[in-house]
Ligand binder design. Structure first.
Ligand SMILES: CCCCCCCCCCCCCCCC(=O)N[C@@H](CO)[C@H](O)CCCCCCCCCCCCCCC
Length: 317
């Protein structure tokens, strides 16, 4: 064995954090890279959630979007921190810090889209907001449902309760956003961009979910390949749960940008914003007048915009 390739340890390695108390111990072998990190790859790949949470929160603040998008970013970031601590320590308390913020953070887009759907269904294109009282009632109903689910989850320690609820939330948000886009977005370019961003977000998320399932159901196969062929450090790249973090983190980013753009359209303030694709592939909402620091196109894989002063194209439209 050289300094660039070494075998996995023959037997399990005791770690700094002691006994595993989490109800899930993922496929990644524990403490094989560092005595201070139980699952090396599953811990480090949470950087995708943390960085995209920081960036979406910064963008929402810079674009002066509604506070709900700041809350989404904070919730998303908390999930990333919780997941990091969960995989680093495999302690139950940090597993809850990973899983509970997931369903709480998902409440924000769920609530926002329910209010938007009511606004759009009732008021069509005249964009009258749902009365504050009704917004509060929607919020209380969602909060009660999720709080009840959380209590049941902690009492019965059945991780299916959490995973099914999270899955339902993701499907409801994706379906509501898709339906609102189909029925209430009329500008052809805006519709194409929203469809592309949501479709890519769904593909990335579903690919991550397949990776999550592969980690759980084919673990012995991954362990065999890592130990008999890859060894360390290459073996850290074959961690399907780590790829779930990377793919899902990107998919959630694409969806957050889509929800922001959908919101400014339903609020009838989309003329102040521009939906761009940095390097033709990364969607972002920016304010007209802001100068992106990178090359960008106005459509997925579209041609680069030469005149970098944002809004120049708006004036030509
Ligand atoms: C859509 C906009 C959302 C904006 C708000 C973001 C809220 C945070 C969402 C964070 C999701 C990523 C989870 C990160 C932490 C993590 O990976 N935790 C795992 C442990 O490491 C935990 O085990 C994850 C459980 C997740 C269970 C997923 C099963 C449900 C999948 C539903 C499949 C339907 C796909 C529909 C596609 C549109």
């Amino acid at each position: 064995m050289g300094i660039f390739r070494w075998n996995y340890p023959e037997s399990s390695v005791p770690g700094f954090w002691g006994e595993t108390t989490s109800t899930i111990d993922w496929c990644e072998e524990n403490y094989v890279v560092s005595p201070y990190v139980a699952e090396w790859t599953n811990t480090l790949t949470n950087i995708v959630f943390i960085l995209s949470a920081i960036y979406t929160t910064y963008s929402a603040y810079k674009n002066r979007l509604e506070k709900r998008f700041l809350l989404i970013g904070f919730g998303y970031g908390l999930v990333g921190v919780g997941s990091c601590l969960f995989h680093m320590t495999l302690k139950y308390r940090f597993q809850l810090l990973d899983e509970l913020p997931m369903i709480y953070a998902m409440c924000i887009p769920t609530w926002s889209l329910l209010c938007e759907a009511k606004e759009a269904l009732l008021n069509g294109d005249n964009h009258k907001k749902v009365p504050l009282f009704e917004q509060i009632v929607f919020g209380i109903i969602i909060a009660l449902a999720v709080t009840t689910a959380s209590i049941l989850y902690v009492i019965f320690k059945n991780v299916d309760i959490h995973q099914i609820l999270f899955g339902v939330q993701i499907v409801v948000v994706a379906a509501a956003a898709g339906s609102l886009t189909y029925r209430y977005v009329h500008d052809p370019l805006a519709k194409r961009n929203l469809k592309a961003s949501m479709a890519l977000g769904a593909i990335l998320f579903l690919s991550g979910y397949v990776s999550w399932l592969l980690d759980i159901h084919f673990c012995s196969f991954w362990v065999h390949i890592r130990r008999s062929i890859l060894a360390l450090p290459l073996g850290v790249l074959l961690e399907p749960h780590g790829w779930w973090h990377i793919l899902t983190g990107m998919g959630i980013y694409f969806y957050i940008v889509s929800l922001e753009y959908l919101r400014v359209i339903t609020l009838n303030i989309s003329s102040d914003y521009l939906f761009i694709w940095r390097w033709k592939v990364f969607p972002e909402l920016i304010r007209v007048g802001h100068n992106p620091s990178t090359r960008y196109s106005l459509e997925l894989f579209g041609s680069y915009v030469e005149d970098q002063s944002v809004g120049a194209h708006k004036k030509r439209e």
